[in-house]
Design a protein around this ligand. Structure first.
Ligand SMILES: [Zn+2]
Length: 249
């Protein structure tokens, strides 16, 4: 059998997609060798870039989808999410849910609590498997947030974002910026424990469920319609206020 000929293409990544490349390969045409007939999605991910953050692929200036199979000598240009100009015909940009809602991988408990405190619909459970996260994203149209590229590499993962930072506060800042979350913030509306809706309750109705001193000191009380957790001014308020000071001003 004749030995298969190795082919080469050039790939260039734009904007935030360069975050995934070593410095020497950023903002430049990269020569990439391959055998067989891989899809453009496979070639992009072989460079370490998750396909879910690629919003437009041009092959020799023509927009293509992820199943396109490049040929020897093709020039592939990959663009990230952009807001300043309309997407051209053939762009891949995934349709994000409006209002935005998320499913988080199991290592992101703090970020999940922050998003919920700001009223963002956030599915999170420390026991979710990777398959469960991908399934929830597909079934409920939720955007996957993760630091695990393996989850995003899955072909069934369509809506997703790879968190650059390991720090939960910085992650919140990243997500708020990337998905333009500020208009959707609705503090004091969601339970940080279970993602349920939180409503104000008459304090007399929950008198027997909270410490006597707390009942005496605080005026306003809120209760989660999901898990029944009771919130009041105090630690919970302070946490939210700190987040608001940082992200809503
Ligand atoms: Zn709850």
């Amino acid at each position: 059998m004749p030995k298969e000929f190795r082919k080469y293409i050039k790939v260039r990544f734009y904007g935030s997609l360069n975050d995934f490349l070593p410095h020497a390969r950023r903002q430049t045409d990269n020569r990439v060798g391959f055998w067989g007939k891989p899809t453009v999605k496979d070639l992009i991910e072989s460079q370490g870039v998750p396909h879910v953050e690629v919003f437009l692929v041009l092959v020799n200036s023509q927009a293509v989808n992820f199943n396109f199979r490049p040929a020897e000598g093709d020039l592939i240009s990959c663009y990230p999410k952009f807001d300043s100009i309309p997407y051209p015909e053939g762009a891949l940009h995934p349709k994000y849910p409006n209002p935005p809602k998320f499913v988080l991988d199991v290592h992101l408990g703090r970020l999940a609590a922050y998003l919920r405190l700001l009223g963002i619909d956030t599915s999170y459970c420390p026991n979710y498997s990777d398959d469960a996260i991908i399934g929830i994203s597909a079934d409920e149209s939720r955007i996957i947030l993760t630091r695990d590229k393996g989850i995003l590499r899955n072909g069934a993962a369509v809506l997703g974002y790879f968190l650059r930072s390991t720090d939960p506060a910085k992650q919140l800042e990243e997500v708020a910026g990337y998905f333009n979350l500020k208009p959707y913030f609705n503090p004091f509306s969601r339970c940080s424990l279970c993602n349920g809706q939180v409503h104000q309750v008459d304090k007399q109705h929950i008198k027997n469920l909270i410490p006597h001193t707390t009942f005496r000191i605080y005026k306003e009380f809120f209760r989660c319609t999901g898990c029944g957790q009771i919130y009041w001014e105090g630690p919970h308020y302070e946490r939210i206020k700190r987040l608001i000071d940082k992200y809503l001003r």
